[in-house]
Design a binder for this molecule. Structure first.
Ligand code: MLT
Length: 407
């Protein structure tokens, strides 16, 4: 008898964004005449930078000839990309890392989901609420989250509430935790932590031998000075944090797929008898067994974003979405909404009108305004009563959506 992993029965039957896609498809089938504006999943609308496309074409040509053809690459990523990442994303910002602390992958979603493989099932896990659903779902799949409760929380997870009352700044947990998921700039609220606020978490992790899983997928959207782009800007963070990065939102790689994870060599985990083990070694072991590397052409495309032209082209994309975020934030405010985020992030977190739950308001926006958003409750119990607008649509659709809401 092939017994299943019963944790899969405990989690919601569909992943948040699959459920939304299902509802949108149904609405489209019922109303083929309407123009739906998509501000739900954070999927980009602008094409890849030329520098990346040119690099991919060149890589494809290399693959055509036996003299330059490449088969399996290093599971951790090619040296050319790992070194470009170290130079451009870290050294240029005063952070010293080595290429073998960078693990290239097919994106931050996979890595934030897979990282749990190297941690014991009994770790106490703290997750900001609301949060990107992958953190909760993957811990639930691994049996680390305990049992689901009626209000959508899990018995063994420690929720770090982020709401308007605490200005979306999570308080330290009152019980000791071992793993802490932080995502800043935040998905879904679009809010940030200052360096001082993030330092509090680094100090907590040091004092409690905890590890912070820091998702920095949206760092390129930071516009304000005191907001850290990397957790390693905080003293001592290399001893306590793993950082996840993505080319998806910065360079339009949502379909092309490339991201990376930083596991500093000095970062230690513990065996049950308290011996220290380098997490870099464990992640390397996990990746070499379960992952065969991101494709060569895609890694060349990612490398292309670091050329002089590539950097300019990426900045143009970021500026475009940042302007969309401003249009949404101000448009929603003019339409009478209370909104958060959207200054250092491509997400705007809007309060549903009084009395409407997230899913009810999501359905209203879909059916009456033909606008797709993401219901806040899909990101956790504290997201109830909010919807998230993403700033990745075309300019025309962004303006049109705001006009529909003001009408
Ligand atoms: C989101 O909309 O939250 C993200 O696009 C999802 C993802 O990156 O997987």
């Amino acid at each position: 008898m092939a017994q299943i992993n019963e944790n899969f029965i405990k989690i919601p039957a569909t992943y948040l964004f699959s459920e939304i896609a299902k509802r949108v498809t149904l609405h489209k089938e019922e109303h083929p005449e309407v123009k739906i504006i998509r501000m739900g999943i954070g999927d980009v609308s602008l094409p890849l930078p030329d520098a990346s496309v040119d690099a991919m074409i060149k890589a494809a040509e290399e693959q055509r000839k036996s003299a330059t053809f490449r088969g399996y690459g290093p599971e951790q990523g090619y040296a050319f990309l790992r070194e470009a990442i170290v130079e451009n994303d870290f050294k240029a910002k005063g952070i010293k890392l080595e290429a073998d602390e960078i693990f290239v992958s097919d994106g931050a979603k996979s890595d934030t989901g897979n990282i749990g493989d190297i941690f014991d099932k009994h770790n106490r896990v703290a997750i900001t609420d609301p949060s990107y659903p992958v953190y909760v779902d993957t811990n639930a799949m691994a049996g680390r989250a305990g049992e689901p409760t009626e209000n959508g929380t899990w018995t063994n997870l420690v929720y770090l509430k982020c709401n308007a009352e605490n200005n979306f700044v999570p308080a330290l947990p009152t019980e000791k935790v071992d793993l802490i998921y932080l995502c800043y700039p935040n998905n879904p609220t679009g809010t940030t932590l200052t360096k001082d606020q993030l330092s509090i978490w680094v100090n907590y992790a040091k004092e409690n031998n905890a590890v912070i899983l820091f998702d920095a997928a949206y760092e390129a959207f930071i516009t304000e000075k005191d907001v850290p782009h990397s957790i390693y800007e905080i003293d001592g963070a290399k001893n306590v944090a793993i950082e996840f990065r993505s080319f998806s939102k910065t360079a339009g790689f949502t379909g092309t797929r490339c991201g990376y994870t930083v596991v500093p060599k000095q970062l230690m985990g513990f065996t049950s008898d308290g011996s220290k083990v380098a997490l870099n070694k464990l992640w390397n072991r996990r990746q070499t067994t379960k992952f065969n590397g991101t494709s060569y052409a895609v890694q060349r495309a990612a490398e292309g974003t670091y050329s002089i032209e590539g950097k300019k082209q990426v900045q143009t994309l970021i500026d475009f979405y940042t302007e969309n975020a401003r249009i949404i934030r101000e448009g929603l405010q003019q339409a009478g909404y209370t909104v958060y985020g959207g200054v250092n992030a491509p997400y705007i977190w809007a309060k549903s009108p009084e009395g409407l739950g997230s899913w009810e308001y999501f359905d209203y926006l879909l059916k009456e305004k033909n606008i797709v958003t993401t219901p806040g409750a899909g990101f956790g119990a504290s997201g109830e009563g909010y919807v998230r607008f993403s700033a990745f649509s075309s300019r025309e659709d962004t303006i049109e959506a705001m006009n529909r809401l003001k009408r």
